[in-house]
Write a protein that binds this ligand. Sequence first.
Ligand code: SF4
Length: 311
Amino acid sequence: MEMQEWLNRVSTTSPDASGDGRASAEPVKDELLAMLNDAEQFVADSFVDSPELLPIRVNKSIAARMLQCEAYALEDHDGESWPQLRGSLLDVFIAMASGGHVPGHNSDPRDAQSSELEEVRSDLSDALVARGNFRDVERLAELHDDQLVDLVELGLQAAGVAVNPAWSPRTEVSQLAIIGGGALELTGRMDLVLGGPGTDSPAVCVEVKSGTAIGAHRAELHFYSLLWALRCGEEPNAMALWYPGSQVVPVEVPGAAMAAAHQVIDVVERLVAVFAGDEPRRRGGPQCSWCPLAVDCDMARIHLERGDDEI
Ligand code: SF4
C-alpha cells in the first residue's frame, strides 16, 4: 500500500473507526502504570547503593536493540554507521519539509551540481545545529556526494506525500514518561504524529525508516504506543512504519502498548542483571552488518551466513 493511500484512509475516518487501527480506543493507562510502577520499584531497589546511576532511561532504540542483541544495544553507538546516520538525517529532512522548506527540491538529485548538493548539506547542517546535534553535523560533513544523493531522493519521496494541515501534522514529537518515584524514565521522539487529543482527527503515529524493513522496527512503534498511552490514556488509533519510496507497513494497535510494557520490564531486568555482572547476551540479526563488535563475534558469522529477519 502507498503511504498516501494509507494516510488518507486512517486520517479521514472518525477517531473511533480508523481502518487499519481499531474499532475504539480502550483506556489502558492504569493497567500499564501498575506494571511499570513495579518495574520502577525494582530499579530503585536494585540501585539503592548507587543512586547516582539513576534514573534508568529507556528509549525506543535501547528497547528495540535489547530485543535484537544485548551486546549490540549496550555497545557505544557514537560511531554509528551510514544506515543510522541516514535515518537520523531523513527525520530532519522530513521535519524541514513539513515546515515548508524541502532541501534539494530544485533539481533531480542524480543530476544535481555539487554546489546544489553543498546547499543541501548546509541546510541540513543548520537544522542539526538548531537541534544541538553537533555529532551528526561532523558526520554529515564527511558524507560522500552519492550518500547525500541517496538521502535527498528518499527525502523528496517523503516530502511528495501530501499531509493535510487539517490533520495537525507534527514532526519530531518528544515524549517523556517518568514512572513512579522516578527511578525509571521512558523517552522517545516520534517522527510524525497526526491528529489526537485537541483535534477532530484520529491519533496516527508514523515512524519513518530509511532502510530495509526488519522485525525490530515494529518494537519501536510498540514503544511509541506505550508512550502515547501513558500520556493520553489510550493507544493511538493507527500506527505505521513508513519506508519512503518503498512501502508502508501498518502496525496493529490494540495490545501494542501492553507488548511494549512487557518489553520494558524485560529490558529493565536485563539492564539490572548486566549491571550486576551478567554478560550481555548475543543474538545475530541484520544489525550484525553494522555492529562495531562484528569483527570478533561468532554469532555474527552464523547470522550473516544464514540471513533473515525481514518483516
Ligand atoms: S555482531 Fe551481531 S551478534 Fe555480535 S554483538 Fe553485534 S549484533 Fe550481536
